[in-house]
Design a protein around this ligand. Structure first.
Ligand code: CA2
Length: 137
């Protein structure tokens, strides 16, 4: 089983800022923990702050991997391009958000990804990434 976690803008700051919303773990630590929890999953990770780079990565993995776990961060709520890419690829995408986007500002209630995602997980903190992996197993 080949899965990739793709994180969008500012998620490289995880564990460094706003721990009250996003927790105090760096994604490096989160990723290592996931690898140890799922030793039989070939798990990779990509993060970018650039919309086009995220689209390129979706195209690159989207016909080959078994699953994509996508936290497009703020682009979730703005990017028709990322939404179109999720629709265009073959690999199923599970959308993840660390925070409960529906208990936050109204602009975060909109997702350009959800309609074409296999499912959406939000509000369970970083545990959401683990739940997303489990959903593919
Ligand atoms: O809850 C989530 O996972 C979000 O995708 C996070 C995005 C936000 O724009 C979405 O509405 C919900 C923001 C990511 C910012 O990440 C940071 C992490 C640490 C410190 C500062 C920002």
């Amino acid at each position: 089983m080949k899965l990739i976690i793709i994180n969008g803008p500012n998620l490289n700051l995880l564990g460094k800022r706003e721990p009250e919303i996003y927790g105090s773990d760096t994604f490096n630590a989160i990723f290592k923990n996931l690898q140890s929890k799922f030793p039989n999953v070939e798990l990779s990770y990509y993060q970018s702050n650039i919309e086009g780079a995220l689209i390129d990565k979706l195209h690159e993995v989207g016909f080959d991997y078994d699953g994509i776990i996508l936290n497009a961060a703020a682009y979730t709520h703005t990017s028709v391009g990322i939404g179109d890419a999720v629709k265009a690829i073959e690999t199923p995408v599970v959308e993840v958000h660390i925070s409960n986007v529906h208990s936050r500002e109204e602009f975060r209630h909109v997702s350009y990804i959800a309609a074409n995602a296999k499912g959406v997980i939000f509000g369970f903190g970083i545990k959401g990434y683990e739940l997303a992996i489990q959903s593919f197993l």
